[in-house]
Design a protein around this ligand. Structure first.
Ligand code: 6PG
Length: 235
């Protein structure tokens, strides 16, 4: 398993570089397989990356591009806290994608957390997508998606977990599991800011049990870091 580290000046360079690489990867995948499964992330760096990606996908036939989310806050569909809403504004409204190609986690509008997660688990279990590229942010505590170091999540299926008492608000979340994340061909982490330096250092030191240290792409794990987040890495 290959690990790559791309260290850039600042958060804007992280977003721009990851977006250019991602656009190229999507074009390559659509050219060779006519299908690409992309998993996107919330978080400020993830959303900045989607904003940068939008113009790069103009004029490209995206009929084969499917979009999934790594995790979602279990809030109302129209809540600004929803990763999906932020991704819509940053990217999805700006590109031409068939609505059946979008696979958002459910909102809290129609169901309780467990029922919503169960129905999503059925959907993703049937689709059994092979994720080509999965994007993740990382929190200062080393969390990825809604997999926190406290391990308070509950498994719903091999693909899906729920979190009812998240250390970071909002409390309730649905997330891909470690197993689902680690079934991806490529996992790209988008990490910027000095507050991430300690967790980043720990992960790269090689003996960490933080969530970010427990994820890996089958073919490639690539870290996009700004200088501040990468400051403590010695390897
Ligand atoms: C959430 C966020 C979270 C985020 C990381 C990184 O659901 O609370 O999506 O998991 O991705 O905390 O966030 P930043 O990119 O803003 O540092």
């Amino acid at each position: 398993m290959k690990i790559e580290k791309v260290v850039l000046a600042d958060v804007d360079s992280v977003a721009k570089t990851a977006a250019v690489d991602l656009a190229n990867e999507i074009i390559k995948l659509l050219g060779s397989n006519s299908k690409a499964n992309l998993v996107i992330t919330g978080g400020s760096v993830g959303i900045k990356t989607l904003e940068q990606l939008a113009p790069l996908l103009q004029g490209i036939n995206l009929a084969g591009l499917h979009i999934w989310w790594g995790d979602e806050r279990f809030v109302a569909a129209d809540s600004n806290e929803r990763n999906q809403l932020q991704a819509n504004q940053a990217l999805i409204e700006k590109i031409s994608l068939p609505s059946e190609n979008l696979h958002p986690f459910p909102s809290s509008d129609h169901n309780d957390l467990m029922s919503a997660a169960n129905s999503f688990a059925d959907e993703i279990g049937k689709a059994a997508p092979t994720f080509d590229v999965l994007l993740l942010g990382m929190g200062p505590d080393g969390h990825v998606a809604s997999l926190f170091p406290q391990e308070t999540f509950q498994a719903v299926s091999p693909w899906v977990v729920i979190e009812s008492n998240s250390p970071k608000p909002p409390d309730r979340r649905i997330s891909l599991s470690y197993q689902a994340i680690n079934s991806s061909d490529q996992v790209w982490l988008l990490v910027a800011g000095a507050e991430k330096a300690d967790a980043t250092k720990e992960v790269f030191a090689g003996n960490s049990n933080l969530p970010a240290a427990r994820i890996a792409g089958k073919k490639l794990t690539r870290w996009y870091l700004d200088k501040a987040a990468a400051a403590g890495i010695t390897s």
